[in-house]
Design a protein around this ligand. Structure first.
Ligand code: SF4
Length: 457
């Protein structure tokens, strides 16, 4: 068996053994996973996690600019850190991630006490830049695009031992008008299938049983690659191959794009036992006019057609979605169209948001804003409709037996385990079950956001 190439961290001589690091992560799963990689990089260099800011030698802030007011919150946070840095000049502060990529020199101008500012494409350079800062003083390094060694190739230090995220693409080639991702993550770059598979096989050897393949638009995976000069790898094949890795019992992926999903992906889901019957399918709006303004590349009719194609091929499929209410120019008729699609699609769950402009996006410059009170009222109606649908769908599971994977004790009650079905529904089960344990449970009670069950002896 050939040995995998050493990671960037493995090639380095450990230089910070025993020093303590603290990671603070803002934003999405992609950022969470980037932070795991930074933790992996730090630990390969001999560093250990700190219990809090007071015993940290290195503080890494992994920023996000997708959430509302992210700028204000980051600069407020950095303002508080100024006194900490004055008190403890040896504390090294690193600011990385999307907001750093977007704001660049602004971070340094507003917070000159930060030692290192780096972007989304050069997280793997964190230690080198820290070395530089310690020798020469504060440094800002933002790469315009991912180079040959991207952060995706770094070995991650996982927060959960049994479950792992695996990046398959970084960046995005779309231009949804509300989204900052293409600006801060750059054009889409796919990892080679062999690299992805080697990572999954290594995770399986490490007793990981569940992997989630991550990309901004997993369906366009491979378009930038050419394996033998002619055939490009496609997502459906990757899904099948990941599902065949011995020891991996569950494969998830996020997010597919409704304009790009193919029948071959649905067939791979249905024909690969490890691939879970769950699809996150972001609608965003049910109005053709609003979808055009969002530049989503599909109509409501096409969305529903693609959805029923997947549903007809994958038995027992559960679907979740994202919806934005109050996008600029949204009329009552547009909003009603969203309610109509929600009622027809009958999603199992939905992440629902009121539109808030992200600086740097096209939508932020749109003028016909929806009155915040109107948007809030629409949001309330949307949530009410979705809760009723979620409850009905969950109630249909009462008295059935489902396979769940334990994630650890519930945050509210340590005597209850939080577990998850293959369809991505949370089931609370009395008892203590180690994270990573599979069990069968009988569902006894349903609520809109979770289920209660009892383990089958
Ligand atoms: S597909 Fe659209 S919403 Fe998703 S990351 Fe790309 S630009 Fe953003």
């Amino acid at each position: 068996m050939s040995r995998a190439m050493p990671t960037v961290a493995e090639r380095r001589r450990p230089t910070r053994a025993g020093r303590r690091y603290l990671l603070r992560t803002f934003g999405c799963q992609m950022n969470e996973h980037d932070s795991e990689r930074v933790a992996g990089l730090f630990e390969a260099d001999g560093m250990v996690p700190a219990s809090g800011i007071d015993d940290a030698d290195v503080l890494f802030l992994n920023t996000c600019c997708v959430r509302e007011n992210a700028d204000n919150r980051l600069y407020g946070h950095l303002g508080q850190l100024k006194t900490t840095k004055e008190r403890r000049p040896d504390l090294r502060i690193i600011v990385g991630g999307c907001l750093a990529q977007k704001d660049r020199d602004l971070v340094r101008r507003r917070a000159p006490w930060v030692d290192v500012v780096l972007g989304t494409h050069n997280l793997h350079r964190a230690l080198d830049l820290l070395d530089h800062a310690e020798e020469w003083g504060p440094i800002t390094e933002i790469a315009e695009a991912a180079g040959e060694v991207t952060a995706a190739m770094l070995r991650a230090h996982r927060g959960t031992p049994h479950s792992a995220w695996v990046t398959i693409t970084v960046g995005c080639n779309n231009s949804c008008t509300f989204c900052i991702v293409p600006h801060v993550r750059g054009p889409e770059i796919s990892r080679r299938p062999g690299d992805v598979l080697r990572e999954v096989e290594a995770l399986a050897r490490d007793r990981v049983v569940e992997v989630t393949l991550l990309g901004q638009n997993v369906d366009s995976y491979g378009r930038d690659l050419a394996l033998d000069g002619r055939r490009k790898p496609v997502f459906a094949d990757l899904l099948r191959r990941v599902g065949e890795v011995e020891g991996i019992e569950r494969v998830r992926f996020t997010s597919p794009h409704p304009k790009d999903i193919k029948e071959s992906v649905a067939r791979a889901m249905a024909e690969t036992p490890a691939v879970c019957e769950h699809l996150h399918f972001p609608l965003q709006s049910g109005s053709a006019r609003v979808l055009r303004a969002m530049q989503r590349g599909y109509t409501p009719e096409r969305f529903l057609k693609r959805l029923s194609m997947v549903e007809s091929i994958v038995p027992g499929l559960a679907i979740s979605t994202d919806v934005i209410v109050g996008f600029p120019g949204e009329t009552e008729a547009d909003f009603q169209a969203t309610l109509d699609v929600m009622a027809e699609a009958r999603f199992d769950s939905a992440f629902m948001f009121v539109f808030s402009p992200r600086p740097g996006t096209a939508a932020a410059a749109m003028e016909d804003r929806v009155d915040p009170e109107v948007a809030a009222e629409r949001f309330g109606r949307l949530v009410e409709l979705q809760r009723a649908i979620s409850l009905e769908k969950n109630q249909a599971l009462v008295a059935t037996t489902v396979e769940v994977l334990a994630e650890g004790p519930s945050k509210k009650d340590a005597a209850v385990a939080t577990t998850r079905t293959r369809t991505n529904k949370v089931v609370n089960v009395p008892g203590e079950y180690r994270a990573g344990t599979f069990l069968d449970v009988v569902v006894e009670h349903a609520a809109p956001s979770h289920l209660l069950g009892r383990a089958v002896p």
